[in-house]
Design a protein around this ligand. Structure first.
Ligand SMILES: C[S@@+](CC[C@H](N)C(=O)[O-])C[C@H]1O[C@@H](n2cnc3c(N)ncnc32)[C@H](O)[C@@H]1O
Length: 233
């Protein structure tokens, strides 16, 4: 499967949803939580603010974010696949002090009003969009002037580099076999495919500026295996 087929992507994440959180912990050795916390540290969401978690999946980042902005603020988790949202919703019934709502919408065209959010986060979502540029444009449209966004994802490696070989080894020899144990071999083999067309850090920075952001800067994480694009509208 290639990125660019929204129906197939939704079906993939619907299938993955029941195992997603466990596999995320196993495959990143729990590190994804640290990278998500680091992203929020950079973005500094404040009490009373209203943020979106785009491509929220089962809601990990939305919950971390809600702890920063609540009470007084809110988080809207958006995903185009239904099943991850079902899991997110179940989790939020246990966290009633946090104001989080969930909507099934396309990140490329949310239909929400412009200039109304104090911030947007997206973790491991941009890579799956038919057009990362259109995704960034939509984020820019949703933000108030001067507001911040942060996009966390795998970092596209320079072909032939040590990082490239390491990433290839990790995806092929750790990710796919572990996912295969849960019957999700093809679903996780898609990760490598989606990385192939993912913009490199410098291209992401440029796309951010082209999408209308005043500031667009890429930061590496996890010894350069992950990265975050930090944007200011
Ligand atoms: C790899 S998961 C990431 C989930 C979560 N953000 C996390 O970090 O754990 C990618 C998510 O993006 C969602 N997604 C893919 N394309 C989308 C789109 N066009 N609009 C909204 N969500 C989308 C998928 O359904 C999936 O839940």
């Amino acid at each position: 499967m290639k990125p660019g087929d929204p129906k197939a992507i939704n079906e993939l994440f619907d299938r993955v949803a029941p195992s997603y959180d466990l596999l995320n912990d196993l495959l990143s050795f729990g590190m994804h939580r640290i990278w998500k916390r680091k992203l929020l540290k950079w973005l500094e969401p404040a009490k009373g603010e209203n943020w979106i978690d785009l491509c929220c999946g089962t809601g990990d980042l939305a919950f971390l974010l809600a702890k920063k902005v609540c009470p007084g603020g809110s988080v809207l988790g958006i995903d185009s696949a239904l099943q991850p949202l079902v899991f997110a919703e179940k989790r939020s019934t246990k966290k009633t002090s946090l104001k989080i709502s969930w909507l099934q919408l396309d990140a490329l065209d949310t239909g929400l009003d412009s200039n109304q959010f104090d911030g947007v986060v997206m973790a491991y979502g941009l890579r799956n969009l038919v057009s990362p540029f259109d995704g960034l444009r939509e984020i820019h449209r949703l933000l108030k002037p001067g507001a911040k966004a942060g996009i966390l994802d795998f970092k596209r490696q320079v072909e032939g580099s040590f990082g490239y070989r390491f990433q290839k080894f990790y995806l092929k020899n750790i990710v796919v076999p572990v996912a295969a144990n849960s019957g999700l071999k093809a679903e996780y083999a898609y990760l490598e495919t989606s990385l192939r067309g993912f913009p490199a850090p410098e291209d992401q920075q440029r796309l951010g500026l082209d999408a209308g952001f005043a500031e667009s800067k890429y930061y590496s994480l996890a010894a350069g295996q992950m990265g975050a694009l930090l944007l200011r509208a």
